[in-house]
Design a protein around this ligand. Sequence first.
Ligand code: APR
Ligand code: PHB
Length: 392
Amino acid sequence: MSTSKTRVGIIGAGPSGLMLSHLLHLSGVDNVVIEARSREYCENRIRAGILEYEVAELMRATGLGERMDSVGSRHDGTNFLVNGELHHINFQNLVGKHVMLYSQHEVVRDLIAARLKAGGELIFEASDAAVHDYETGDPYITYTQNGINHRLDCDIIAGCDGFHGICRPAFPAGMIVEYDRLYPFGWLGILAEAPPSLDELIYANHPNGFALLSMRSPTISRLYLQCAPDEPLENWPDDRIWEELALRLGHDGFNLNTGKIFQKSVTAMRSYVAEPMQTGRLFLAGDAAHIVPPTGAKGLNSAIADVAILHRALEAHFKHNDHEALASYTPICLKRIWQIERFSWWMTSMMHKFDNHGPFDARMQTAELNYILTSSAGQMTLAENYVGLPLH
Ligand code: APR
Ligand code: PHB
């Protein structure tokens, strides 16, 4: 068994683990990231694409803004398509902020490059990671890499290991209360070699179900269709996807650009929160503690918010001997998380077709959309949440 020591042992090299590692490094706090998958896998995992205003500002403030500002694009607003009518919501005019379109895997690439350039320790392809003695003052992590068993002693363990990780299940039995909502639909998502048909996103509410037009670059479109949560991909040959997208996104003067589809997948939709986010010296962040449905693009942003909060608490703990900050991690995070959960649930409820809705529910959904899209107070609510609540 080889042994080593660090201040913060981080499990998971997704956006939350990597950003925590980067922020801690900038504060001079030693840390090691342990990741089950390969670097290549982490760098190519296709996920969401919208960065909240303050998340983009955090990227810039910590030296990660360059590629985001050159290959990403600034979106001052977004579009809602309801009853065939396109409504533009201008975030910049409403709340003085914008969002950045920049893929999550690009954020991951930038973070990995920055950590490696700074001599950071990222351990990829580590199997059998396990956390120990985190209820005492001397926690440690064990893992195997290339057949060699390792032990990493640390002061704090950060569980940034996603929804299916090992850290949440390591909490004492009965300690975690889970809040869970499964939605009766999923999203069929595609990436296609097609220039985006519009310069900003379209969230479409259509009698056949929700559709979303997004993009990754001037030549790549990212598009989604509401489908069954367990929809077999065989049901969706390319022609059917394009037909349905053209129908659900169609409106006056709109022409859907099509092209070669090079990625297709179905994602189920879920809202989930685990409380609390800390036991002893083990802290959860990101998808390890909570999940949102993708409507509103909050998954990545809420993961970054958690680690921004955790970083501040760890900095206070290690640099200023202030140990209260760590004790407040759960309540500070959860207050913000529940706001994000509410927004994502609300956007999902407002935009999708619910097969169990009776005529009254359907009218309520229409009334809600009419209010949001026609009242300046309604638009402001949408804009304020979409560009992101303050990180702290
Ligand atoms: N040992 C080591 N690493 C692990 C283990 C384990 N036992 N289990 C999981 N991991 C790794 C995963 O391989 C993954 O790289 O933890 C990482 C978790 O990353 P994410 O799932 O991306 O979670 P997070 O960093 O919190 O980011 C949340 O990702 O899923 C999206 O929509 C979500 O955008 C949100 C963001
Ligand atoms: C995406 O581009 O993948 C995306 C954008 C906005 C969302 C969800 C996903 O709400």
